[in-house]
Design a protein around this ligand. Sequence first.
Ligand code: ADP
Ligand code: MG
Length: 645
Amino acid sequence: MSLIQLLPEHVANQIAAGEVVNRPASAVKELLENAVDAGADDIHLLVRDAGKTLIQVIDNGCGMSAEDAEKCFLRHATSKIRQADDLYTLQTMGFRGEALASIAAVACVELKTKRPNDETGYIVCMEGEKRTSAQACACPDGTQISVKNIYFNTPARRQFLKSDEVEYRYIEEEFVRVAMAHPEIKWQLTRDEKQVYHLEPGSFRQRVVQLMGRAFEQRLVRVHEAAGDIDIDGFICTPEYTTKNRSKQYLFVNTRYIKHIGLSHAIETAYKQLVPEKNYPAYFLRLKVKPETIDVNIHPTKTEIRFNDEKLIYGVLLSVVKHAIGVTQLAPALDFDTENDVVVPTRKPLGFPEPPRLNLDPNYDPFAVAYKQSGKKPSYASDVRQGESLQAQLQFYKETFAPEAADAAEAALPKQGRPTQSEMAVSTNRMSKINAEPNGVVPVSAEALAAESDLNNKFLQFASAYIVTTVKSGLLFVDQQAASERIIYERYLKSTQPHEKPAGQRLLFPKTIQLSPSQSDVLKEIREKLAAWGWEIEWVGGGSFIVNAAPAQTQDEDIAALVENTVDDYISRMMTVHGRQEDNVAVALARQTAVRHGQVLSRAEMMSLINDLFASECPHLSPSGRRTYWIMPETEVKQAFKNSK
Ligand code: ADP
Ligand code: MG
């Protein structure tokens, strides 16, 4: 007996539908693109319960005949291509003829449509692929399509949907992408009867500002280049404005929003050395190429495409963006060929640092002596950089201080400032031991470790990122940024208890912030949480807010950027890790206000950072799960010398 059977058609269709419509936002994308393909210049999207109960798209496009209104729900039914060759000259967003069939397979759909020259319109109702009614009706020119109770017949899929907050953000992102790609179209988005976007037609620049917020007016730099068959047009942002993820990177190819690792790399390379590590530039770029030089048919969602000559496009994009950055003289001392200097300190140093010391012999401080002898002022801030090798730093010590001290330092620190494989293995072992215990019980308790660390120790800041000091069992390396995030995060969470509520400090000059519709939505939601922590943020209409007060310990001069980045970080956490709102806000704030890599610390600052870290509840991890410290055991150091013979 054969084990293989053909699936019943409705099962096969539901499986196929899953690829095209894997969440309400994917249905939204398909419907919006159909409206664009229909030549509409006025498109309205309405959603209820994040699309779970209703997704409706109303357009004033070409409409359909009664016959087509029924046909369009058939699989592989399309008016956009006739033969395989047409794939190479595509001008439309859709071409597979699958979307409506897939949507109808998993929802109840009502379609009303009328062509401008027809007397009457036509209405078709579908319920999980079955047509339940079809008849003539009165309706305006264009098409109105309502998708109700999506996944009503696939409860498993419905169950996997995320919260309304999350699903709505996905929908909004699809809306933003297609609205940005088509500034000539009027767009509206209504969420649960509330209008969120109302975008009048305009230039691409105006559209970007409508969608991203008025703050972008100052950030945008025009890029325009027609090189042979490639036309690049749009805006990049000044390197001063960056985000922690790539959420503000928009690349369109022939009006299609796409994700392309190679091309993003080209653009980011142009910004290299101008933006801090793990920060990403923002851009809104439109590429026009001949349709026959790309393949859009490589991914179900059509957000990935392949270029015939990717190298060429890579090169053009890189040089065009570089040029745009250079011409506007955004960074006066721009030198694209310098390879070092990777860390761009994001803030001013917190004061002049003490000369570095090592705890080698309690009675002998060669640096202090050497400092007097050489009379040279050590410029630590500029000489200890992540990009610089340890060798270079030691050379600096040698020149500035006593050579023996430098030799000793060389021996005390890991080679190249980076642990070798086996060192990593040992430390990983230790960390896994610390982490291994269930229920988050840390076998090497924080107190024990804190006690172990002799706080009269000397502290060394290494690579402007790590604090190095000795503990009984070896050398302790603390990642200053991860540690600081942990400390601030716990401080925030503790302070939600009323008696711990930190007092906000009124700002002498209240700061105005301009946010995008999507950001302002979120800020309104988390404003109360922020208020509990001393922030007083007033909404003054549209995307504008005024910060009247901030927690006393907020040092950041640019409070507006701080709030904006916190909102962005919060959104991306909500989308990726979900979790409690309070946690996400606290993590986002902690990440924005923490000490950064590249920031020079004084001895007192290093000491209190280490103290506070080990006094925290979970000293070994940052709130986003990165390791905060690492111990290089003494045995490991010994071993290194033993093997040297
Ligand atoms: P595709 O877009 O790949 O052709 P769809 O399933 O999305 O496939 O749509 C099937 C067909 O239905 C389209 O080719 C088009 O002819 C018609 N259609 C869909 N939506 C609209 C609309 N909003 N206005 C006019 N025609 C539409
Ligand atoms: Mg389509």
